[in-house]
Write a protein that binds this ligand. Structure first.
Ligand code: NAG
Ligand code: NAG
Ligand code: NAG
Ligand code: NAG
Ligand code: NAG
Length: 386
C-alpha cells in the first residue's frame, strides 16, 4: 500500500470519520455481554430486591461495560462479580453464580446481612482465582469442597462466624498465595497439609479457637511472609522446624495463645522481621533470638510470659524499633547498646532488672512506666541511682 502524505488530508478526514462512526456503533449497538450471563446477574439483582449495590445493573445497558463490579472476557463472558459493603444486601450467597462458568473473581463481602453457609455450588466454579466472602455473617463449616477450587490464588473468609475445623483439603490449593480465615470461631488443629501449599505467602488464622501444637510443616513454606496466629488456644512451643525458615522477611504473631516451654534454640537461625510472642507461657532463655547478625529484625515482643534470662550481655539486633520484654523474669542490667537503637517503642517494666539505665538522649524520652517495677533500675527517666 502506497499512501503518500500529499493530497490525502481529505481522504484521512473521511477515514477518521469512518473510524469515529464505527466506534459509535460499537458502544451503542454492539453489546458484548453474553445473554445468559446477563440474565444470571439480573436474577441475582432481583434475588436481593434490587439492593443499592446493583443500581447500575440496568437491563438495557451492557453488563460488561456499564455495570459496576462486573468484568468480562473478550467474548462477553462474565469473569468478575465483585460487590461489597452495604447493609441492604440480605440473604444467602447466591447459588446461581454456578451459571457463570467463566467466573474468576467472586467478591461478595462486607455484607452484614448475608448469612447461611457456603453453598456446595461454589465447588463448581473451578476457574475461580479469587474468592472473598470477608465480613459477611456466614456460619457453618469451612467446607471440604473448597479444596476443589485448584486455581485459587486468594481466599478470604475472615470476619464471619464459621465453626468446626479447618479442612485438610485446603492443602490441595497449590496455587494459593493468600489465605485469610481470621476472626471466626474455628477450632481443632491447624492442618499439617497447609505446609504443602508452596506458593503460600500469607496465612492469617488469628482470632479463632484453634488448639493443639502449631504444625511443623509450616516451616516448609518457602514464600511465607505473614503468619498471624494470635488469639487462639494453640499449645506446645514453637516447632523445632521453624529454625529452617529462610524467608527474607517473615512476620510471626503468636500472641495470646496457650504456648509454653522454652523456645527451641534452632529458632535462633530463622530470619525474622517481627516476632510477637506476648501473652503466652513461654519460659527459659530467649536471648538467642537477638544478635548483631539479625539485621532484618525490627520488632520483638516477648511480654507477658515467664522468660527468665540475663539481659546484661544480650547482643541486641541493630535495627530494633520495637522492643517489649515487659512482664517476665528477666534479670541483669540494660545493655549499653540499648541506648543506640532506633527505638520507637520500648517496655522493659515488670522484670527483675537492676542498675543504671544507659544514658544518652534516646532512652530518657520514654515514660518512666516503661522501666518501672523492676528490682533496682535507676537513672533517667527513673530517679537517679544512689
Ligand atoms: C428491580 O429492577 C429490575 C430491573 O433490573 C426492574 O425490572 C424491577 O421492576 C425492579 N424491581 C423493584 C421491586 O424495584
Ligand atoms: C456504557 O459504557 C460505555 C463504555 O464505557 C460508555 O461509552 C457508554 O456511554 C455507557 N453507556 C451508558 C448508558 O452509561
Ligand atoms: C473453644 O475451644 C474450647 C476447647 O477446645 C471449647 O471448650 C470452647 O467451647 C470453644 N469456644 C468457642 C467459643 O468455640
Ligand atoms: C488455655 O489457657 C486458658 C487459660 O489459662 C485455659 O482456660 C484453657 O483451658 C487453655 N486451653 C487449652 C486448649 O489448653
Ligand atoms: C509498679 O511501680 C509503681 C511505681 O513504682 C508502683 O506504684 C506500683 O505499685 C507497682 N506495681 C506493682 C504491681 O508492683
Amino acid at each position: 500500500m502506497e499512501i503518500t502524505y500529499k493530497n490525502t488530508s481529505a481522504l484521512s478526514l473521511i477515514f477518521t470519520f469512518i473510524l469515529f462512526i464505527s466506534s459509535l456503533n460499537l458502544s451503542f449497538s454492539t453489546t458484548i455481554c453474553n445473554t445468559n450471563d446477563k440474565n444470571v446477574l439480573l436474577g441475582i439483582k432481583s434475588q436481593f430486591n434490587n439492593a443499592s449495590v446493583f443500581t447500575t445493573w440496568d437491563p438495557i445497558t451492557d453488563c460488561c461495560k456499564n455495570w459496576s463490579g462486573i468484568e468480562c472476557n473478550s467474548n462477553g463472558r462474565v469473569t468478575m462479580l465483585a460487590v461489597s459493603d452495604t447493609n441492604d444486601v440480605i440473604g444467602e450467597i447466591p447459588t446461581s453464580v454456578v451459571n457463570l462458568p467463566f467466573l474468576q473473581f467472586f467478591t461478595f463481602a462486607v455484607f452484614p446481612g448475608v448469612s447461611g453457609t457456603i453453598p456446595p455450588a461454589i465447588a463448581k466454579l473451578t476457574n475461580l482465582v479469587h474468592l472473598d466472602f470477608s465480613l459477611d455473617s456466614l456460619t457453618g463449616p469451612i467446607p471440604d469442597f473448597l479444596g476443589q477450587l485448584k486455581n485459587l490464588d486468594v481466599i478470604d473468609l475472615s470476619g464471619n462466624r464459621f465453626t468446626g475445623q479447618i479442612p485438610a483439603s485446603l492443602g490441595r490449593l497449590t496455587k494459593l498465595r493468600s489465605a485469610n480465615l481470621g476472626s471466626n470461631q474455628l477450632s481443632g488443629p491447624i492442618p499439617a497439609s497447609l505446609g504443602m501449599i508452596k506458593s503460600l505467602e500469607q496465612l492469617y488464622i488469628y482470632i479463632n479457637n484453634l488448639s493443639d501444637p502449631i504444625p511443623a510443616s509450616l516451616a516448609q513454606l518457602p514464600k511465607l511472609n505473614e503468619l498471624p496466629l494470635f488469639q487462639n488456644q494453640l499449645t506446645g512451643s514453637i516447632p523445632e522446624s521453624f529454625g529452617s525458615f529462610k524467608n527474607p522477611a517473615l512476620n510471626i504473631d503468636l500472641s495470646s495463645n496457650n504456648l509454653s516451654g522454652p523456645i527451641p534454640s534452632s529458632f535462633g537461625k530463622a530470619k525474622i522481621t517481627a516476632l510477637v510472642l506476648s501473652k503466652n507461657k513461654f519460659s527459659g532463655d530467649a536471648s538467642f533470638l537477638f544478635g548483631k547478625d539479625k539485621t532484618v529484625l525490627t520488632t520483638m515482643d516477648l511480654s507477658n510470659n515467664i522468660f527468665k534470662f540475663g539481659f546484661s550481655n544480650v547482643d541486641l539486633s541493630p535495627g530494633l524499633k520495637n522492643l517489649d520484654i515487659s512482664h517476665n523474669m528477666i534479670f541483669g542490667s540494660l545493655p549499653e547498646k540499648l541506648g543506640q537503637l532506633p527505638l520507637q517503642r520500648l517496655d522493659v517494666s515488670f522484670n527483675q532488672l537492676c542498675g543504671q539505665i544507659p544514658t544518652g538522649r534516646r532512652l530518657k524520652q520514654f515514660s518512666p512506666t516503661k522501666f518501672s517495677n523492676n528490682t533496682c533500675l535507676c537513672g533517667l527517666p527513673l530517679p537517679a541511682c544512689t
